[in-house]
Design a protein around this ligand. Structure first.
Ligand SMILES: [Zn+2]
Ligand SMILES: [Zn+2]
Length: 340
């Protein structure tokens, strides 16, 4: 039985995940369309609204602030669009390179490769280096990946059949990008890129700025329509039509912002939330348990403050941790800040 909230999530996910192969080719066209749409909305406002021009002369800070938000939003859009969502292949290469450095250090200090510390070090030829092709030196990566799953998970079940690399928990292959993405959220057609571990924060800021810009533009449009100065009817008609479209966009953006804020606070992704029953390692976890959540404060800190260069593979909770997470909240939990 589908819950109403779940239907909403499915709706948002479908809207976000509406990705077709053609979108990849027309990514540039979409970017141009988005910039043009912004320019049309702001341009018509400044073209029609004489009061706003007058206000700009007397209170330039007001218009400057609006234009700053306008430019910031577009910059954030392009920054997010051009950022890497965090590809599994890149993470594997980085970890392997670190492993090579560590391996060389271990070799020079003549420590046995089978030592406890060395068990994480895979001995490879120095000639291979970390820039080897996917598949080679996979043992170290494989071990790290398998550590993220419950014991007994086989390599075959976690290997992507398209990239032929082992996916850590929370990663998924994106058919539009044709690569596996760490902490995959969704493939965004408007941005022309995946949203994942590497750029989810940038994406959140983009929708936050876009929502603010949409809201401010809407207020300026309403202010224009409310003034009782005589003007051509078609100007009003254009403004009303644009305002209706803007209101629809604003509702969608607000929902999206709320939805992603919820995901951030509970350390989930859109994909995990919507496809939870189809993800083998999440299927048995109770619905109300957030398996990767470390508490609201920690989740927020990891989301905002951990730099992109420090990727750590997230482990699935043990049976004991799951039991702890599934216990209902009591007053003592609130006092001990269980959520933090
Ligand atoms: Zn893949
Ligand atoms: Zn993608």
């Amino acid at each position: 039985m589908a819950y109403p909230s779940e239907n909403l999530c499915v709706f948002i996910f479908l809207c976000q995940g509406l990705s077709i192969r053609k979108a990849r080719r027309s990514a540039l066209g979409l970017k141009v369309a988005l910039v043009a749409l912004h320019l049309v909305y702001a341009g018509i406002l400044f073209l029609f609204d004489g009061d706003l021009i007058e206000k700009t002369k007397h209170e330039p800070w007001y218009t400057s602030l609006y234009l700053s938000l306008f430019v910031d939003t577009l910059v954030q859009y392009f920054v997010t669009s051009g950022s890497s969502p965090g590809y599994v292949l890149d993470a594997m290469r980085d970890i392997n390179e670190t492993n090579v450095t560590f391996g060389k250090t271990s070799a020079s200090s003549k420590q046995p490769a089978s030592s406890k510390n060395g068990s994480l070090v895979i001995t490879i030829d120095s000639g291979q280096s970390g820039r080897n092709s996917p598949g080679s030196n996979a043992t170290y990566w494989t071990k790290r990946v398998l550590d993220t799953y419950p014991p007994g998970t086989s390599v075959r079940t976690v290997t992507c059949s398209y990239c032929n690399v082992e996916q850590p928990a929370r990663a998924k292959h994106c058919h539009d990008c044709d690569r596996c993405v760490l902490q995959f959220d969704h493939h965004c057609v408007w941005l022309g890129t995946c949203i994942g571990w590497g750029n989810h924060c940038k994406f959140w800021w983009y929708i936050c700025e876009e929502t603010a810009l949409c809201l401010w533009t809407g207020i300026l449009y309403i202010t224009y329509l409310k003034t009782s100065i005589a003007r051509a009817w078609w100007k009003d008609a254009i403004m009303i039509l644009l305002l209706i479209a803007l209101a629809i966009c604003l509702i969608f953006l607000l929902l999206l912002l709320l939805f992603h804020s919820y995901l951030v606070l509970s350390n989930q992704t859109t994909y995990e939330l919507v496809r939870r029953r189809r993800i083998p390692y999440l299927r048995r976890i109770p619905e109300r348990v957030y398996p990767f959540s470390k508490g609201i404060c920690r989740n927020l800190y990891n989301f905002c403050c951990v730099p992109n260069s420090t990727y750590s593979l997230e482990l699935l909770p043990t049976a004991l941790e799951l039991e702890e997470k599934s216990r209902p909240y009591t007053c003592s939990h609130l006092l001990s800040c269980r959520c933090c």
